[in-house]
Design a protein around this ligand. Structure first.
Ligand code: MLT
Length: 334
């Protein structure tokens, strides 16, 4: 009996060890709202590379582009439930689940890439990360910087608030953005990101806003003609991980993920600096017409900040949160 048992046990133990080793190697699924060539994809790729490098090739992650794993808004819930590992999405699509991140979408608060870096990579970014864990069950592990959300439409050049009247503009399901367009005198159409291209194509809506990089990657130039360089929101698109998944990982694995996230954040800023000007030229070459708002955007700024900021003090955690942001950016408090 013993002579038969030993080799069998050894085989069983060896099989267990191989099994454990294989189970340890992770391949995280990352939902990505945008297509190939987008800022989101650049962040995702940089994250995968850094994770593979930091884990000596043991762990990796796979990007599922173009909303294949669900529209951006839905992925927050899926990650919270633990049915999805990670998602790359615009922060405005997290705000409904964790209202304090709305401070990054208040119109004309973030005025440059440098502002965005300062806020996301400092104590305010840490506080908002903690808030999304508590409110939404997801942890922000990297930041994508995509540039200003410019207005596109298929009907006419828009240079003033008056020009905007009569246009049907799609916005994310985000109260701050809805109210901003209302302050500009129109009633926008809230719509999921995954439905936006088709809605533009079928002329259910005339326009939308998103950064040059997104307009280009999503091929909106095929269905949109005019761009207005409004600068009301600087688009920030975090990489989030399911908090329950994060907590199930070892301390080492958690650290690798946070480090890979940091590397991805740095890569994202570089991607924007390297590509935005060329992508603008590309959109012109593809036939889009680009205008600046008249009078240095003065009217857009005045209407939006006066009407929208006070309305959201409560949801972002009090006027003092906005003042902390403004102080970080070296600007006067309200
Ligand atoms: C949106 O408009 O819903 C988002 O900005 C889409 C995106 O992630 O590019």
């Amino acid at each position: 009996f013993l002579s038969h048992f030993k080799p069998a046990a050894a085989v069983a133990i060896a099989a267990l060890m191989i099994g454990a080793g294989a189970a340890d190697a992770k391949n995280f699924k990352i939902a990505v709202g945008d297509s190939a060539g987008s800022a989101q994809e650049a962040t995702g790729k940089a994250f995968v590379t850094a994770l593979e490098e930091k884990s000596g090739g043991k762990h990796t992650a796979t990007l599922f582009l173009n909303g294949q794993l669900g529209s951006e808004e839905v992925t927050v819930n899926d990650a919270a439930m633990g049915t999805l590992d990670m998602s790359l999405l615009a922060i405005n699509n997290i705000t409904p689940y964790s209202p304090t991140v709305g401070v990054f979408s208040l119109p004309y608060v973030i005025l440059s890439l440098e502002d965005a870096e300062k806020l996301t990579q400092g104590p305010i970014g840490e506080e908002l990360t903690q808030n999304t864990i508590n409110d939404a069950g997801v942890r922000i592990i990297a930041w994508t910087y995509t540039g200003f959300r410019v207005l596109t439409n298929s009907k006419k050049p828009v240079k003033s608030v008056a020009d905007l009247q009569g246009l049907v503009v799609r916005v994310p399901k985000n109260e701050i953005m809805i109210d901003t367009y209302k302050a500009w005198g129109i009633n926008p159409t809230p719509m999921a990101w995954s439905e936006t291209f088709t809605a533009l194509q079928q002329q259910v809506v005339d326009g939308q806003d998103n950064p040059y990089l997104t307009v280009n990657a999503m091929k909106f130039y095929e269905v949109q003609k005019y761009i207005t360089n409004i600068r009301y929101i600087f688009s920030i698109e975090p990489l989030i991980i399911s908090e329950s998944l994060f907590q199930s990982l070892s301390a080492d694995e958690q650290q690798m993920i946070l480090d890979a996230g940091q590397a991805a954040t740095q890569a994202s800023a570089q991607f924007l600096r390297d590509s935005e000007a060329a992508i603008k030229q590309d959109l012109l070459a593809k036939g889009m017409e680009i205008s600046d708002p008249e009078n240095g955007e003065e009217e857009f700024i005045k209407l939006a900040t006066e009407a929208v900021w006070p309305k959201f003090y409560d949801s972002i955690g009090g006027v003092e949160k906005l003042n902390a942001v403004l102080e970080t950016l070296g600007r006067a408090p309200v």
